[in-house]
Design a protein around this ligand. Structure first.
Ligand SMILES: C[S@@+](CC[C@H](N)C(=O)[O-])C[C@H]1O[C@@H](n2cnc3c(N)ncnc32)[C@H](O)[C@@H]1O
Length: 257
């Protein structure tokens, strides 16, 4: 599904951030409103960060990117290194650090884990709103000495990944293409579900994953890694060469011939 930006407005939490928030609304061609009185989705600029919020009594908490603290901070400190399932799936070894395109950047969490392992990650995200949240998280993370070094290996481009991959020259082809499309039956834990509800309201389900897998298979020198919920079907197409199964997640690996 092509991202729907029509239902998003941009706002500022207080008067000091109005002009900066207006600049974001102009860049994304989204309406700016000064007051939070709508029940729709809002990109809200606060003193600390840019966040996606929904108005209304039953609304989930804000969605934003935080590479320094929270879950990503914890994973950075205690998440383990090359023993992690994702590292095995991607093929990170002591003397072999693959180049990578993350075709479905989202909030950049997987890309951050891979950059922490030493990979250079070119992230692609087609939702301009999601990308704006990610740019903002990267900007803040560059101000932290420890995290800045990891962020220096990550770059982000707003594009449709199938088109981007199809347009790569031979020299630009990466070792690995990493793919994690939105799936209708993702994790059911309450916390994830709440955050995903907002995220899904913004980007919808990625119903063109077959096309993306085909483009990824053509572009990757060594392998394509697809992240799936553990019990879900593989993306229709060729059978994965290897499967790595975790508690809730599975990685389908397609080795290049
Ligand atoms: C499930 S999220 C990815 C989460 C990400 N792996 C992370 O760790 O934060 C899927 C994201 O991929 C994006 N996406 C899906 N298909 C895409 C495509 N063909 N090109 C670019 N972005 C795509 C969606 O807009 C969405 O933001």
């Amino acid at each position: 599904m092509v991202s729907n930006l029509n239902n998003v407005i941009v706002t500022a939490k207080n008067d000091r951030h109005i002009s900066e928030a207006q600049a974001i609304s102009e860049r994304l061609a989204l309406p700016f409103v000064a007051e939070l009185d709508s029940a729709g989705l809002m990109l809200r600029l606060t003193a600390e960060r840019l966040e996606l919020v929904q108005a209304g009594p039953d609304a989930p908490g804000p969605v934003y990117v935080d590479f320094i603290a929270g879950a990503m901070g914890h994973r950075r400190r205690y998440g383990g290194g090359r023993g992690q399932l994702v590292a095995k799936a991607v093929g990170v070894k002591k003397n072999k650090i693959p180049t990578l395109i993350d075709a479905t950047a989202g909030l950049g969490r997987d890309a951050f884990v891979l950059a922490k392992l030493g990979c250079r990650v070119q992230m692609i995200e087609r939702s301009a709103v999601v990308a704006e949240l990610l740019f903002d998280g990267m900007r803040r993370a560059r101000q932290d000495d420890e995290v800045a070094e990891i962020i220096s290996r990550m770059s982000l481009r707003v594009a449709d990944a199938s088109d981007y991959l199809n347009g790569l020259s031979e020299a630009e082809r990466p070792d690995v293409v990493y793919v994690d499309p939105m799936h209708p039956e993702r994790s059911k834990t309450a916390a994830v579900k709440k955050e995903m509800r907002l995220f899904r309201a913004l980007v919808g389900d990625d119903e063109d994953d077959v096309r993306l897998l085909q483009a990824a298979l053509m572009a990757a020198h060594k392998r394509v890694v697809v992240k799936r919920p553990r019990k879900s079907e593989a993306i229709p197409g060729p059978k994965p060469s290897l499967v790595y199964e975790g508690k809730s997640t599975r990685f389908d690996v397609y080795l290049s011939r």
